[in-house]
Design a protein around this ligand. Structure first.
Ligand code: C2E
Ligand code: MG
Ligand code: MG
Length: 275
């Protein structure tokens, strides 16, 4: 029956979750996590000018496991802080390497989880890691999701977090905007540097009332990044409304660090486009 089927699916999911959980510690020790970089493409200069660091898990038995599957497990069992710190350390190491080579230094954003924000030593730890790597903190952006900022409608707390990020020298973006609570009024209260519009915004490829967020953000001097852009029509629309950056498969997928370096070097060598 349907129920039996459903139960099986549930059991399968739970088994999988348990299996993931059981192998996570070993995975950290065995360096099974790798940082990929997805370029953010500037519509004005027609070049990638920044990137987001996205974690990948290459599981020896299960193969590639999507972060959408394992991040929620990490959040439940508390491993997320370690994982995020590992990603951050790797990003700092990479930025330090670029500084020593001829690879242009581009700002990189990292995702921050609720647990880290709750860790009292978080800002100091991250500041120290960047310092020890010799990386300018202005090159690092923290991506915070709407839901993370708005828990219990505590705007004051969100404001304090952003202030702390800024006083530690990092920049800050609001991730997945439009996927949940979306309030444009919020933008005025929160001094974020960048607004990342969720891909659901552009799912239909046509202008929606939400695309106004881009226009409003511009008025507040907040940079805008459109996520998950896959079609030419979306790019055209976003260009018309004045969106600054595009992070989507249409231009680039997330790639391993060496591949990202190759992209950046190649783009740096191209003459600027007149447009
Ligand atoms: P996110 O931070 O919103 O990252 C953007 C996601 O959209 C990435 O999924 C990226 O691969 C995907 N994406 C980009 N362009 C396109 C497109 O054109 N089409 C489609 N369909 N998807 C696109 P990914 O890498 O699977 O990560 C999923 C989520 O997992 C991230 O969403 C983020 O919330 C979380 N995540 C990933 N890495 C980390 C990490 O190191 N730490 C934490 N705490 N969370 C992470
Ligand atoms: Mg993100
Ligand atoms: Mg996002």
């Amino acid at each position: 029956t349907f129920y039996a089927f459903y139960d099986n699916v549930m059991n399968h999911e739970m088994l999988r979750e348990k299996e993931l959980e059981n192998t996570m510690d070993a995975a950290l020790a065995n360096h099974e996590f790798e940082v990929y970089y997805q370029p953010k493409f500037d519509l004005k200069t027609q070049k990638p000018i920044a990137a987001e660091a996205l974690v990948r898990w290459k599981h020896p038995k299960l193969g590639f496991v999507s972060p959408a599957a394992f991040i929620p497990v990490c959040e439940k069992n508390g491993i997320i802080s370690r994982l995020d710190q590992l990603v951050f350390e790797e990003v700092c190491r990479t930025l330090a390497e670029w500084k020593e080579s001829r690879i242009p230094l581009l700002p990189i954003s990292v995702n921050i989880s609720r647990q880290q924000l709750k860790t009292p030593s978080f800002f100091n730890d991250y500041r120290k890691i960047a310092e020890e790597a010799g990386v300018a903190r202005g090159l690092i952006e923290f991506e915070l999701t709407e839901s993370l900022m708005l828990v219990g409608n505590d705007f004051k707390n969100a404001r304090e977090v952003i202030e702390e990020i800024h006083s530690a020298g990092f920049t800050c973006s609001l991730d997945d905007f439009g996927s949940g609570y979306s309030s444009l009024g919020l933008l005025k209260d929160l001094k974020i540097d960048c607004l990342k519009l969720d891909r659901m915004f552009f799912a239909n490829r046509f202008e929606t009332p939400e695309t106004r967020a881009i226009i409003d953000a511009k008025k507040l001097n907040i940079a805008t990044v459109a996520e998950g852009v896959e079609y030419k029509e979306q790019v055209e629309l976003l260009r018309t409304i004045g969106c600054d950056l595009i992070q989507g498969f249409y231009f680039f997928r997330p790639v391993p660090v060496r591949e990202f370096e190759r992209i950046v070097l190649e783009e740096a060598g191209k003459p600027p486009t007149t447009d």
